[in-house]
Ligand binder design. Structure first.
Ligand code: NAG
Ligand code: NAG
Ligand code: NAG
Length: 269
């Protein structure tokens, strides 16, 4: 299991929490500082996301968001060694934009929401499953080397409109629609998925052409061992590395160091 460290970019231009004296260099330095901490402690991958842009817009954020994410991701890529894959997610649902940023910045993957079916997100109704248009777009811009990793039954969302579909059926649909990896989360940022959900999905998708499974929330130094032998491709870790385990707090180098130490111990067992 690989560990992917989250970088939450400071609020982007035009968003409610953006610094009134916005300075692109501040965002770049902040993101690069986090990247260098992760690299120093042997992280295997990095995911850059605009989580501080709340409240999110549904798919129609302005070009300043894409432009700023491009600048930040590009600077991150320059300081992260080539062999460490980098990914990007742009909230909310800016999946085409994320793909374009990934291509421009030599990133290896994007994290995507709303890949199959629909749901009600906190920013509104996500009506159109993006798999069809997104994978055509990926082909059209020659970006097929960039992996599309997809959340299913995304956290922070209401799924009553797909109540008659369980997690396994949703995972199967994502596989049928050519996802490169399925991300399983708990209900919210910071909540782990249940082991039984992971097992059910894994069993149902096991065949000659397995899809990588990733854990997208709730992994901590304390529960890492419970997920460790589950043959998960990667765990995306964000909140745990922050002060008091809260995503909006500062990244603490000691927490990254101690987590990766535990990881290495488990790895050697
Ligand atoms: C906002 O920008 C100013 C000037 O660059 C800086 O001193 C301050 O720390 C920033 N505030 C936050 C919350 O980042
Ligand atoms: C998934 O199933 C395969 C084959 O049944 C097994 O080898 C693997 O450990 C399982 N992975 C998870 C995540 O449970
Ligand atoms: C699912 C899981 O393993 N959760 C555990 C994560 O770690 C905490 C702290 O040790 C446990 O209380 C959870 O049960």
């Amino acid at each position: 299991m690989s560990i992917i460290g989250m970088i939450h970019v400071l609020p982007l231009p035009g968003t409610p929490h953006c610094n009134k004296t916005f300075n692109i260099q501040q965002l770049v330095d902040h993101a690069c500082h986090h990247a260098s901490i992760y690299v120093r402690h042997g992280i295997h991958g990095i995911l850059v996301e605009n989580m501080f842009d709340r409240p999110y817009l549904k798919s129609d954020a302005g070009p300043e968001i894409t432009a700023t994410m491009t600048r930040v991701c590009n600077e991150v890529r320059r300081i992260v060694p080539e062999q460490i894959p980098c990914g990007v997610q742009i909230l909310a649902g800016l999946n085409h934009e994320a793909l374009a940023v990934a291509l421009a910045c030599q990133f290896q993957f994007i994290r995507v929401e709303g890949f199959v079916f629909s749901h009600v997100a906190d920013e509104g109704l996500m009506t159109t499953a993006c798999a069809g248009p997104l994978l055509r777009y990926r082909r059209q811009i020659d970006a097929e080397h960039i992996m599309v990793l997809t959340d299913i039954k995304k956290k922070h969302c209401s799924h009553s409109i797909t109540d008659d579909l369980d997690l396994v059926e949703t995972a199967k649909a994502a596989k049928f629609f050519l996802t490169d990896g399925i991300i399983i989360t708990g209900r919210e940022t910071g909540d782990p998925p249940t082991i039984s959900d992971i097992d059910k999905i894994n069993v149902s998708l096991a065949d000659d052409d397995p899809v990588p499974l990733l854990i997208g929330s709730g992994i901590t130094e304390q529960n890492l061992s419970n997920f460790f032998d589950k043959n998960i491709a990667a765990a995306i870790v964000g909140s745990h590395f922050k002060h008091e385990g809260k995503w909006f707090n500062d990244l603490l180098e000691d927490r990254v160091k101690s987590f990766m130490f535990k990881y290495n111990q488990l790895q050697q067992k």
